[in-house]
Design a protein around this ligand. Structure first.
Ligand code: NAD
Length: 317
């Protein structure tokens, strides 16, 4: 992988892709070259012009241009946000077959370019699209990552921080499983600083209630549906989640983020790509962090894994 230049190619310059690009430019210093590719070339061109016109106000300089698949050759990361957006009432899994065809038309030319970096997938249903990327690219699993439950985890930490009136940065909690209806929060693993939230809830001296945790979990699970109902699509949050993952990779941070990664025996599961806390660095997934789940949480995880397995198995690749 290239070390002195940090080059990212974005495929799919729709709302999600461009929210990511906008966050990347504004946060500054994460990469110095950004290539925009879309089946709608005029759109990619217009977006490159628009972003470039903001560079005078940005923290650091970047080379931004609309490009082609051959530009993936020396890229560090290819981000895929191309596809069809989720419609009102439509589940993420309904999108599967349509987006698989889109991916076939993307992965093949990326590989043909000689690309040898890391794939980061945001297109829904993200866990399955990440596995499709893995199968089509034949890259090592550590170099194929999905955004997984990174956004859901950010939503959870925000809501818990608000509930306990604590900075979300001091709330350690994860949403794991499918980025979708079967995702869940292992409550046994939720910490306020280093204190277990289960312990806090059991303490009769305060008014915190287990039902409120269940309500927060439900709010996280249904957040995308609510946003889509109100404004047709979600994009800012996921754009910032993609930016965060890229920063962890290019900065070799070894940060823990809940991305979609391939399990190889962790959580008693194999082959599936699913949202779990992972240590993310320059070479992608360095390690999958295996949480000590309760028996009930293990059952929820297996249920979520099965949803992903069933959907993947029904797919013609
Ligand atoms: P959008 O319709 O605004 O943008 C999609 C873009 O993909 C368009 O510009 C389109 O021209 C392009 N495209 C379509 N087919 C292509 C192809 N074959 N090659 C190259 N480009 C192609 O949609 P959006 O709102 O940006 O959403 C994009 C995806 O992100 C959807 O699948 C959506 O469900 C998903 N999403 C994921 C998360 C998450 O948490 N992972 C959150 C929100 C949205």
């Amino acid at each position: 992988m290239n070390t002195d230049k940090r080059k990212v190619v974005l495929i799919g310059t729709g709302m999600v892709g461009m929210s990511f690009a906008y966050a990347l430019v504004n946060q500054g210093g994460i990469c110095n070259e950004l290539v925009l590719i879309d089946v709608n070339k005029a759109r990619a061109n217009g977006e490159a012009m628009d972003l470039n016109h903001g560079l005078a106000f940005a923290k650091s300089n970047m080379r931004i241009y609309a490009g082609d698949y051959k530009d993936c050759k020396d890229a560090d990361i290819v981000v895929i946000a191309a596809g069809v957006a989720q419609k009102e009432g439509e589940t993420r899994l309904d999108l599967l077959q349509r987006n698989t065809e889109v991916f076939r038309s993307i992965i093949n030319p990326v590989i043909k370019s000689g690309f040898d970096g890391i794939f980061l997938v945001a297109t829904n249903p993200v866990d399955i699209m990440t596995r499709v990327t893995y199968e089509l690219s034949r890259f090592g699993a550590s170099r194929v990552i999905g955004t997984g439950t990174s956004l859901d985890t950010a939503r959870l930490r925000y809501l818990l921080g608000d509930y306990f009136t604590v900075d979300p940065k001091n709330i350690h909690a994860y949403v794991i499983g499918e980025h979708g209806d079967s995702e869940f929060v292992p409550l046994s693993q939720v910490m306020l600083a280093t204190k277990s939230v289960s312990e806090i809830l059991a303490d009769e001296k305060n008014d915190y209630k287990i039902e409120d945790m269940q309500s927060i979990e439900e709010q996280v699970r249904t957040a995308a549906y609510k946003i889509i109902e109100a404004k047709r699509a979600t994009y800012y949050g996921i754009g910032m989640a993609i930016t965060r993952i890229i920063k962890a990779i290019l900065g070799d941070e070894n940060s823990v983020l809940t991305v979609s990664a391939k399990l190889c025996g962790e959580y008693d599961s194999k082959n599936v790509f699913i949202g779990v806390p992972c240590i993310i660095g320059r070479n992608g997934v360095k390690e999958i962090v295996e949480l000590s789940l309760t028996e009930e949480e293990k059952a929820k995880f297996q249920k979520s894994r099965q949803v992903l397995e069933d959907n993947f198995n029904g797919l013609e690749l």
